[in-house]
Design a protein around this ligand. Structure first.
Ligand code: UD1
Ligand code: UDP
Length: 374
């Protein structure tokens, strides 16, 4: 049983579900959506053409961490009782991830964590994701670590090494199927073809308010300074983010605020951009594969592999620092070239196959995997 509920979880779980569907003699996939996201989740399910078996529809306009957690735990009870899975798989570090992990524990169903072992080691950064993933790892029985570093983080915490598998990141599996040289999107009709495109996303809870305001004003002022750049910003549907984006960017003709892109559009827009600015986790994993420099609008990252590879630079949310770093990428071609030539550290696009192989080893080695009565 896969349980997920937000856009990034769906994008990175989809390759695993599709792979299971190719191996129906070995796996019986049960796809469960919490519906922590709605439109942004449906977009992904439509693109990958995956029909869920259950959808809890938990999303509310002003949802809190507690409201998501309690809704997911209580609604998952019925679903687990009804379908009694052998293993539950969760992905990443959202509140859906954590709540589903607690449910798996309450039902004594073995838990597999996809994208295990990412760490900043700072309880509140990112918030609540760092503790969501740490608590999920504590409850897990099998770990799919994307890189050597994420494996070593798990080993450091004394999780059983035999249960940790390095798989690469399934984000790269998805990317292999989406980028197209002939790509077109309507927003490109409004952009001078000689202009350089900066793709922007920003949504993290700890950045909402002042940090987001500082980052947006820095970007706006750079747009006004450089006549040959345009910003494409598919704005997250969170009302807090929407409000701030419109407050700072409305009326600036070379900033294009658009609806969230579906994942195929987003990957292609990334490939079409000059560089990317983001506080997203997933975007940090994808950009190195596309050879795109990324200015990360955060002070730390659980994805230091991309920083070491040279593609990502942490610039935080300080106004001057953001402007200086944008100037550097826009005006200094050797810095730009260095950042765009880095190697992708997140795998070869075969993560889903490795996860299913590891799952088979785990299931075959465990006696009485599912401790509930069938
Ligand atoms: C969540 C995750 C975050 C992840 C992000 C991916 C938690 C606590 N946070 O944050 O780790 O990086 O998803 O995007 O799990 N909304 C819609 N339609 C949608 C999606 C969201 O209207 O399809 C609006 C709703 O008003 C909702 C709000 O956005 O209440 C916030 O959604 P929520 O899932 O709580 O937080 P995110 O910032 O999306
Ligand atoms: N993404 C998308 N449409 C957008 C912006 C991002 O499909 O308009 C994809 C992106 O390619 C990546 C994922 O969403 O795979 C990242 O999700 P998000 O930034 O919402 O969450 P995070 O990764 O920070 O948890």
């Amino acid at each position: 049983m896969t349980v997920f509920g937000t856009r990034p979880e769906a994008i990175k779980m989809a390759p695993i579900i599709l792979k299971m569907q190719e191996q129906l003699d070995e796996f019986k996939p049960i796809t469960v959506l919490t519906g922590q996201h709605k439109e942004m989740l449906d977009q992904v399910m439509d693109i990958f053409n995956i029909q869920p078996d259950y959808n809890m529809h938990v999303m509310k306009e002003k949802q809190t961490l507690s409201s998501i957690t309690t809704a997911v735990i209580s609604k998952l009870d019925y679903i687990i009782n009804e379908s009694n899975p052998d293993v539950i798989l969760v992905h990443g570090d959202t509140t859906t991830t954590f709540a589903a992990s607690v449910s798996a524990f309450y039902h004594k169903i073995p838990l597999g964590h996809v994208e295990a072992g990412l760490r900043t080691w700072d309880k509140y950064s990112p918030y609540p994701e760092e503790m969501n993933r740490q608590m999920t790892d504590t409850l897990s029985d099998i770990y799919f670590a994307p890189t050597k570093l994420s494996r070593s983080n798990l080993v450091k915490q004394n999780f059983d090494e035999k249960r940790i598998f390095i798989t690469g990141n399934t984000a790269i599996d998805a990317l292999k199927q989406t980028v197209d040289d002939d790509y077109h999107h309507d927003v490109l009709d409004d952009i001078d073809s000689n202009h350089r495109i900066i793709l922007l996303t920003m949504h993290r809870r700890e950045n909402q308010g002042e940090p987001m305001y500082r980052a947006f004003t820095a970007i706006r002022d750079e747009v006004l300074k450089h006549p040959d750049i345009e910003v494409v910003y598919p704005v997250h549907l969170s009302p807090v983010v929407q409000k701030m984006a419109h407050r700072v960017f409305d009326g600036i003709s070379r900033v294009h605020l658009i609806d969230p892109l579906d994942v195929v559009d987003f990957h292609n827009m990334s490939a079409r951009s000059y560089f990317i600015m983001t506080d997203s986790g997933g975007v940090q994993e994808e950009a190195p594969s596309l050879g795109k420099p990324v200015l990360v609008l955060r002070n730390d990252t659980e994805r230091p592999e991309g920083v070491d590879a040279g593609t990502l630079k942490l610039v935080g949310t300080d106004y001057d620092n953001i402007r200086n770093n944008m100037d550097e990428l826009l005006d200094n071609s050797s810095i730009y070239k260095k950042m765009s030539q880095a190697q992708n550290p997140y795998g070869d696009g075969q993560a889903a196959s490795r996860i299913l192989n590891a799952l088979n080893i785990f299931i075959n080695n465990e006696s009485g995997v599912n401790q509930n009565e069938k």
